[in-house]
Design a protein around this ligand. Structure first.
Ligand code: MRU
Length: 340
């Protein structure tokens, strides 16, 4: 039985998503046949999570190709639309990887919209399959009785379905392991409080919600066995960009001698980035920090720094769980072998 709504699907010439900004209070669906709407959905986090926005980018590209009736090639209008899609969010490499994949397709004598749409369907199916495999490979890292801490939201809605870090948690629960999850609320947009809590509750997985700054005391009090999070971009040396606050967690794990794992599909690796230094970090509107929902919580006219992501150094990471297996040290060599 499916307990969770589909994060994204294609229905009668339109892309349909569940609006993640309205969860958990309202399960509201949005649909459109205009790629500009999909770009807005990505920018405003109505759809979010690295794999999910990669899939959305592929469907947006198909909509653009249908709109411009592009024949046989990526003409100027379609090229400009692909560039707009690319610019929606800079950190998750999935958008860049998906668009590069579409640009390499053989379009000769074909309808570009149809070719892109079929590829988008394939990308969605691959992402779902990758998550299920990540869940299975991750099982060996979870003791039979385990307290697992996670950050942000990496579940079915952030991917094609099933989830990455949350996929491992889900697989451990389905395998009958006795798990308890500690979910960080994830300031400022509360992906943990709104979305991770929503999914864990639907899946009937035992969890506690904490504020981000309680993760240190929670590690001590609940004897956390492992921390597992997702990724927006993993560089060739293993440095990993993920939701702001992940870096802090990686340091806390070092201090508490807790293994810190990254669960991510191959589509989230970027071996053209040599290290975290090469990963662009998205900065979001100061309003997301100065306001709590629509209510202002900070004084007017102040200076704000609002990075959406940070980079956890490879040194702090115990292993990566991918759909092709677990990547252990030495990371540079083993990532190259796995991606190659
Ligand atoms: O800004 P968001 O909500 O898109 O950030 C999402 C994250 O950082 C996730 O942890 C990451 O994309 C992995 S989702 C499987």
């Amino acid at each position: 039985m499916t307990l969770l709504p589909d994060p994204i699907r294609w229905d009668g010439g339109k892309v349909v998503i569940i609006d993640q900004t309205q969860l958990p209070h309202s399960e509201k669906f949005l649909s459109s046949d205009n790629y500009r709407d999909v770009c807005e959905w990505i920018q405003s986090l109505r759809i979010r999570g690295a794999p999910a926005i990669g899939i959305a980018a592929a469907y947006a590209a198909a909509l653009a190709a249908f709109e411009f009736a592009s024949k046989d090639e990526i003409d100027d209008k379609l090229d400009a639309a692909l560039t707009d899609i690319h610019k929606t969010r800079p950190t998750a490499v999935n958008i860049k990887n998906v668009l590069a994949r579409l640009r390499k397709l053989n379009l000769q004598g074909k309808n570009v919209g149809e070719v892109f749409l079929n590829e988008a369907h394939r990308i969605l199916a691959e992402e779902i399959n990758a998550c299920e495999k990540i869940g299975r490979f991750g099982l060996e890292l979870v003791p039979d009785k385990a307290v697992i801490l996670t950050h942000c939201h990496t579940g079915g809605l952030a991917t094609g379905g099933y989830g990455t870090a949350l996929g491992i948690i889900r697989a451990a629960n389905e395998a009958g392991k006795d798990i308890m999850v500690i979910a960080d609320e994830t300031r400022p947009l509360l992906q943990g409080a709104r979305l991770t809590a929503y999914e864990l509750q639907k899946l009937r997985i035992n969890f506690k919600l904490i504020v981000d700054s309680a993760s240190g005391i929670a590690m001590k009090k609940f004897k956390v066995d492992l921390v597992v999070v997702g990724a927006d971009r993993i560089a060739a040396n293993g440095d990993t960009a993920n939701k702001i606050g992940t870096y802090n967690l990686s340091i806390l794990c070092k201090e508490h001698k807790i293994p810190f794992y990254i669960a991510a599909p191959i589509s989230s690796f970027d071996i053209s980035a040599k290290s975290g230094e090469d990963i662009p970090i998205e900065e979001r509107s100061p309003d997301e920090v100065t306001h709590f929902q629509s209510c202002r919580s900070a004084p007017e006219n102040i200076s704000v720094y609002a990075p959406a992501f940070d980079v956890s150094p490879a040194d702090n990471i115990a292993a990566f769980v991918t759909e092709r297996g677990i990547i252990r040290r030495p990371f540079r060599e083993n990532i190259a072998k796995m991606i190659g």
